[in-house]
Design a protein around this ligand. Sequence first.
Ligand SMILES: Nc1ncnc2c1ncn2[C@@H]1O[C@H](COP(=O)(O)OP(=O)(O)OP(=O)(O)O)[C@@H](O)[C@H]1O
Ligand SMILES: [Mg+2]
Length: 492
Amino acid sequence: MEKTILTQPSATPVLYALRSIGYRAKTAIADLIDNCIDASAGRVQVDFLFEEFDGYIKIKDNGIGMNNDTLQNAMNIGSKDPRDSRKPKELGRFGMGLKTASFSLGKRLSVLTKQDGMYYERCWDLDHVSDCNKWELFKDIPTEVKEKMGEIEGPNGTIVCIDKLDRFMGAGTDKLIKESSFNSKVRRIKEHMGFVFHSLISKSKLSISINGNLLMPWDPFILDHPRLIEGEQQVIKVNHHKIVVTPYVLPHSSYFNATEYNDAGGIRGWRDHQGFYIYRENRLLHFGDWLGLFPKDTASQLARIRIDLPNTADAEWQVDVKKSMITAPEEAKENLKAIAEIHRQVSKEIFYFRTKSSYAGQKIKGSLNTWEPSGNDTGCGFILNRTHPILNEIINKLDSETLKLLNVYLKFVELGSPSNITHTTKPIDEEVQPIEDGVKELVIQFAKMMKDTGLVSNHEQLIDVLMTQPGFETLNRKTIKMIIEDGKIIYE
Ligand SMILES: Nc1ncnc2c1ncn2[C@@H]1O[C@H](COP(=O)(O)OP(=O)(O)OP(=O)(O)O)[C@@H](O)[C@H]1O
Ligand SMILES: [Mg+2]
């Protein structure tokens, strides 16, 4: 006897449930634009048209288009297995977005596509599905819709058209919205798209227009601001997948004029733009909070931390169908918390203007790196970053004598850092060696410090200490002796 019974889900309830999975108009439009980008489109045109009793939304691209089979499959609810691996940079995951996003806006979805000069079309009409309670897909798009869709110029491309906009504009209901509200809605969507796709637009030749207006990318990190602090980029491995974290602390409000300040505050305002910005394949998924690791507070509002995820990490980060929500895996939280803690602190310092003076006239981009490659003649592969805001804070509080001592100490921290210690043996040759001025100066400084602090009590002991000092390991005894005598460091 058969152990299972094939049970077909009822079409109407499933379709109506799918309409209610929580899309907002802007997440739905973003999901449809994702498909155009996945189809390698260089140009995406989104048009919202208001008409007296209904309107329509049209998304047209010049991507690769679809053939008959691909289109038929694309119209299926669940056209791909979410567990399949996707191509690098692909934005799709669930095989659902085209349908779920469209149905969250209206009841009719028409797709006209062209591949190698041949047109193909299909249409879902939820009124029809409801009436017959069957998954009946129309082979043809109704003439009145097709007229609105227009042509696809060039050999390949796709037009997605959604009408019977009951959800988007209340068409066919008693909540029909006015043209002015329709236009405000479109304006908000446009702003949001400029944000969601800013990174993709800036990094590629992609152009997206809404009602004929080109989307301007809105960069939340204000990368071209000379006073932006860009923290150390970190690569964190979470369950074999690398994610890249790039922290930024934005400048104090006094470095913006009123318009710039307003603009940098973004769609939601400064306070609600703090936190982690999660990008999946360069497309923004989520922003505006600290992923539950910290509450939002006004003084931390300058900290914005970019996290870049590959699409291979979707399962760990629980990317949802709408591509608008994620949950950070436990394995990532500790690292993210540590990174956020530092940058929230720096934000607070800047917000309260405490560190303003230390930045005057400096280009401080990159100054949150504690170490930076040197490339100069000090013998160090890496040097400490002297413009680090916390170091600046300390320096501002010191008198000149203590500052001198601190500087010498930092120099030796650099020389003694594991990456800078070269494992060379002392030269046996006892001739005075040729020596660069920078190194000579350093030996003198260090020797003076040793003598002045009373840590070394005679000449020979001083030479012994210098011989074992990291950074001076290539100098022989005769050379060190000569340097300290030249520097007039003499024990009575
Ligand atoms: N504009 C388009 N141009 C070419 N092919 C498209 C277009 N839109 C959709 N498709 C095809 O239809 C398929 C189904 O799209 P759909 O958005 O439903 O799922 P997906 O993009 O694969 O995954 P997700 O649910 O995560 O968006 C796509 O995988 C793609 O093959
Ligand atoms: Mg999709």
